[in-house]
Write a protein that binds this ligand. Structure first.
Ligand SMILES: [Zn+2]
Length: 472
């Protein structure tokens, strides 16, 4: 291959390049054995790559164009990062699915590679540096390279393959916002790195590991990089979260509503590092969601027309664990995160809510279920915590309590569940956004503003962890 490199650089592309392409096809692996996390070919773990789906499923494509100012380099990733075909003289490639194989052509239509396979990645010519390439399918710019995965319907998934930290450069802005304090961004970087390295996702059957949405982590590539997000990643490079000597997926969410949750109360597995903690720094995030009986009937199927909804179980901190739904044809119990999945997780933003409407309203254990009205200082369902410069005080009964502060006074109002009941359906009133597990991003920002460093923030939200280097 090495003598050919010069030929290509010299611009005598056609013919020779086709031959190269055929040679490459011979070495192409037929199996889709992409490693979840691959390491440098020397066995070192300091060069970790991740794969992120850009177009897949219903959005899979038949054709994709790549543009690069640094040329391209085809790299085989099946056993490391073996550079197999330099295409440094090219600035524009066309990738197409033909007869279930992936072909690569130049902009004039000359075939360069006849069967790319899924273990060969078209990297930017300067993929170890700051090189980027632009992908036509979404017109976005990415570091690293692009790999493709042929689907049974004759289309292909388009996948960004890049170094872990390069990926994180493009994650932080979508997940937290670059304008936030550096220690919060660093906490986010370490959590996102640990998550990316360890999450077992449903995407591996699609040829990649992480999707670019909130299901995994928000990722938009180079256009979302900022000096601040890059610095937060660089300053924490290789730092990850360990629990019981293994790197763990450090789940996080936008806003806990005042209390994080035990993993088994939201999903099913009990994880020692994902324990519920009181979240005193959490800024208030309030939401309401209303559903008519008809809307509920559409979402909750198998029990006829929905006629009543009750909350039948809550966690220690007051989050909803179980919801019992009665219909003309039976009764159904929704539990844990499945409640949000059924009703819509962007509408029912958290599991920290009260229910109004229906006949039984809130039947969960303990009848004194309250939420603070607007302007509460801190919140929990059963008590109010009042914060001041000299400390905090928790009241178990607070309705009507007047709190004097430097900027005036406030009367705490308790809102009893069911107080806004209506016959037309149900209304949920809640606090927080997200599953409530692990780090609360809004609180991390508040804590950083208050002087906490990133390790302190991580230790607050994750129990019994060690923050250390990957190669420790
Ligand atoms: Zn995902």
């Amino acid at each position: 291959m090495i003598p050919m490199k010069m030929t290509i650089k010299d611009g005598r592309r056609r013919g020779l390049a086709v031959l190269l392409g055929m040679a490459l096809a011979v070495t192409t692996f037929a199996a889709f054995g992409t490693p979840l996390v691959s390491y440098g070919s020397d066995g070192s773990s300091d060069v970790t790559y991740v794969s992120v789906g850009l177009k897949y499923g219903n959005e899979a494509v038949e054709r994709c164009e790549l543009r690069s100012d640094d040329g391209f380099q085809i790299v085989n990733i099946s056993g490391g990062m073996d550079e197999t075909l330099p295409l440094l003289g090219y600035d524009h490639l066309v990738v197409e699915v033909k007869n279930n194989t992936i072909t690569v052509s130049d902009s004039d239509g000359a075939t360069l590679v006849t069967d790319l396979g899924s273990d060969n990645v078209i990297m930017n010519g300067d993929y170890l540096g700051d090189g980027t390439l632009t992908v036509s399918v979404n017109n976005r710019e990415y570091r690293g390279g692009i790999k493709f995965y042929v689907r049974s319907n004759g289309k292909m998934n388009v996948i960004n393959y890049l170094m872990l930290d390069h990926y994180l450069y493009g994650v932080l802005q979508g997940e937290m916002g670059y304008h936030n304090p550096m220690e919060a961004l660093k906490a986010q970087a370490v959590a996102a790195r640990s998550f990316a390295m360890t999450t077992t996702s449903s995407h591996t059957g699609e040829g990649f590991r992480l999707c670019p949405n909130s299901h995994c982590q928000m990722y938009y590539g180079v256009s979302y990089e900022h000096p601040e997000t890059v610095a937060a990643v660089d300053e924490t490079s290789e730092l990850v979260i360990y629990h019981n000597n293994r790197i763990v997926p450090a789940y996080y969410h936008k806003n806990s509503g005042g209390h994080t949750q035990n993993s088994e109360d939201v999903w099913s597995a009990k994880e020692g590092y994902l324990r519920a903690v009181e979240d005193k720094y959490c800024p208030e995030y309030k939401w309401t969601a209303a559903f008519t009986w008809d809307q509920l009937t559409e979402k909750i199927t198998g029990i006829g027309k929905v006629t009543d909804v009750q909350i039948s179980k809550r966690t220690e901190s007051g989050n909803v664990l179980e919801m019992t739904v009665k219909g003309t044809g039976g009764t159904k119990t929704l539990s844990k995160e499945n409640i949000r999945m059924t009703l819509g997780s962007s509408v029912v933003k958290s599991m920290n809510f009260t229910l109004a409407g229906g006949s039984g309203q809130d039947t969960a254990a303990g009848t004194s279920v309250y939420v603070l009205g607007d302007g509460g200082f801190a919140k929990s369902r059963k008590e109010a915590t009042i914060l001041s410069a000299s400390g905090s005080r928790t009241l178990s009964s607070f309705d009507g309590t007047v709190v004097l502060g430097a900027s005036g006074s406030k009367t705490l109002a308790a809102e009893k569940s069911g107080s806004t009941a209506s016959g037309s359906g149900i209304t949920l009133t809640g606090l927080g956004y997200g599953h409530g597990i692990g780090m609360c991003q809004d609180s991390a920002i508040a804590m950083a503003k208050d002087g906490w460093d990133f390790e302190e923030i991580l230790h607050y939200f994750y129990t019994d962890i060690v923050v250390d280097y990957v190669s420790r």
